[in-house]
Design a protein around this ligand. Structure first.
Ligand code: UT7
Length: 391
C-alpha cells in the first residue's frame, strides 16, 4: 500500500434560527452592546430552541456534510463527535448520531477537549485514514452551550453561542488534505474554565445547584493569557511540520473566542488580517463547533480554491491547544506539487529557514512578554474606564 492521505470532501453546519443580540443580553444582566462589542467583537449569537438538542444540531450539520461529499451514511467507517455539551453523560451523543444518520457500519465515539475538540477529532480521524484502517470518517464539532451557561453571570453568558459543524474526511492516495498538526494540553490550568458540578467529583445536589456549580465558571484573563501564549506558537509548529511557511497559508481559520485574541495572534505571527477568517460577530464562541462552522462558511463564500493551504488553530478548556495545516481540494498526482514548489535550491532554503527562525523568535519573545504585556493591557483598560467615567 502506498502512502495514504486524508482530505476533506464534505462540509456542513447548522446554527439555530433564534438570534440573541447584545442588546437582548443587556436586558438580562448588567452589560452593554458597547462593552461586549469592544471587548470581544461579538454582536449576536444563536440560541437553540427548547426542542433542539446537541444530537439534532449535529445530525443536521452531518447530513449537510454527507450531501456535499456525495456519500451515503452507511459508507462511513468512523464518527467522532467533539463536544463539551452532550445530551447526556451516558450514552455518548456519537452513538446516537450514528444511529440517527443510519451509519450502520461506523464506529463512533465522543471526544472532549474543550474548544480544541474539533482539531483533536480531525487529527485522530486522519490517523485512522493515513494508516489504512478506515476510508471514510465524519468529524463533528457541536455545542449546545447556552444550557451550560449561567445567565446570571455576565463574565460568561455574553460570550457563548450554540451551533454545529461537520466534515467528511476521505482517504486518498493523492498528496492532499491534512499535512501536519500539533496538539497540546496543560492541566495546570484546569480550573480556569470549568463546570465544577454534575460530574463524579461533585454529583448534582442541592448544594451544587445553590452554588450554581452546574454552570461554566471561567477565569477570563487566565484563559486570555493562555491563548496569547499558545496560539502563535502552535500555528507556527503545525505549519512547519507540514513542510510549509506561514506565507504559504492562504487562509487561517482560528477558533472564534474573542476578536482581540485573534488580532493579537495575527500581529504576533505577522499574518495579514485579510487572511484570517473571522465570523465571531455573528455566532459568538461556539466552542468545539466554531472552526467547522467557520470552515464551511469560508468554502461557501469562495475563500478556498483547489490547492490552497489552510491553517486552523484553537485553545480551550483543559487547558488544551491544537493547530493543523491542510491542503484544500482533490490533490495533484505528484508529491512535489502539493507544496506548490519544486525542490528548493540551497540559497532559497537558507533564506526560508532564516525566515522561520525570525518568526519563531518573534513569537517566543511575544509569548514571553505576554505576562508583561498583560499589565499594560490592564492599565490601558483602566485609563479607558477613567476617561469614560470622567474620574
Ligand atoms: O474558548 C475559550 C473560552 N474562553 C475565552 O476565550 C475567554 C478569554 N478571555 C476573554 O475573552 C476576556 O478575558 C473576557 C472577554 C472574558 C473579559 O474581558 P477583559 O477585558 O479581560 O475583562 P475583565 O474580565 O478583566 O473585566 C473587566 C471589567 C470588570 O469590571 P471591574 O472589575 O474593572 O470593575 C468586569 O466586572 O469588566 C467587567 N465585566 C463586564 N462589564 C460589562 C465583565 N464582564 C462584563 C460584561 N459587561 N459582560
Amino acid at each position: 500500500m502506498g502512502q495514504r492521505f486524508s482530505r476533506i470532501s464534505g462540509w456542513g453546519r447548522y446554527a439555530p434560527a433564534q438570534i440573541l443580540t447584545n442588546d437582548d443580553i443587556a436586558e438580562i444582566v448588567d452589560t452593554s452592546d458597547e462593552w461586549i462589542t469592544s471587548r470581544t467583537g461579538i454582536r449576536e449569537r444563536r440560541i437553540a430552541e427548547p426542542h433542539e438538542t446537541t444530537l439534532t444540531m449535529a445530525q443536521t450539520a452531518s447530513e449537510r456534510a454527507l450531501a456535499v461529499a456525495g456519500i451515503p451514511a452507511d459508507n462511513l467507517d468512523l464518527i467522532i463527535v467533539a463536544t463539551s455539551s452532550p445530551d447526556y453523560l451516558l450514552p455518548p451523543v456519537s452513538s446516537m448520531l450514528q444511529h440517527a444518520l443510519g451509519a450502520s457500519r461506523a464506529a463512533a465515539f465522543e471526544l472532549r477537549a474543550g474548544c480544541t475538540g474539533f482539531l483533536y477529532g480531525l487529527s485522530t480521524a486522519h490517523q485512522f485514514l493515513a494508516t489504512g484502517t478506515y476510508r471514510r470518517a465524519l468529524v463533528v464539532g457541536v455545542e449546545l452551550i447556552s444550557r451550560a451557561v449561567d445567565w446570571q453571570d455576565r463574565n460568561t453568558c455574553v460570550l457563548f453561542g450554540d451551533g454545529a459543524g461537520a466534515v467528511v474526511l476521505e482517504a486518498t492516495e493523492r498528496p492532499t488534505g491534512v499535512l501536519g498538526f500539533v496538539l497540546g494540553s496543560d492541566g495546570a490550568g484546569a480550573e480556569a474554565l470549568i463546570v465544577p458540578g454534575g460530574g463524579s467529583r461533585q454529583p448534582l445536589s442541592s448544594t451544587v445547584l445553590a452554588e450554581r456549580g452546574q454552570f461554566i465558571h471561567m477565569d477570563g484573563q487566565a484563559v486570555f493569557k493562555f491563548a496569547v501564549r499558545t496560539m502563535g506558537r502552535a500555528l507556527l509548529e503545525a505549519v512547519e511540520c507540514s513542510g510549509l511557511q506561514l506565507d504559504d497559508i492562504d487562509l487561517f481559520v482560528p477558533h472564534q473566542a474573542n476578536q482581540r485574541i485573534l488580532e493579537l495572534a495575527a500581529r504576533q505571527c505577522g499574518i495579514p488580517w485579510e487572511k484570517m477568517y473571522v465570523n465571531i460577530a455573528r455566532y459568538g464562541n461556539t466552542s468545539a463547533a466554531s472552526i467547522p462552522i467557520a470552515l464551511s462558511e469560508a468554502v461557501e463564500e469562495g475563500r478556498l480554491q483547489e490547492g490552497n493551504h489552510i491553517a486552523m488553530v484553537s485553545f480551550g478548556a483543559g487547558l488544551t491547544w491544537g493547530a493543523l495545516a491542510l491542503r484544500w481540494g482533490e490533490g495533484p498526482a505528484t508529491t512535489e506539487e502539493v507544496f506548490g514548489r519544486q525542490p528548493l535550491h540551497l540559497p532559497q532554503r537558507v533564506l526560508r529557514s532564516a525566515r522561520t527562525s525570525v518568526q519563531k523568535v518573534r513569537i517566543q519573545t511575544t509569548s514571553r512578554l505576554s505576562p508583561l504585556l498583560l499589565p499594560l493591557y490592564a492599565m490601558s483598560r483602566r485609563v479607558r474606564k477613567e476617561e469614560k467615567t470622567g474620574e
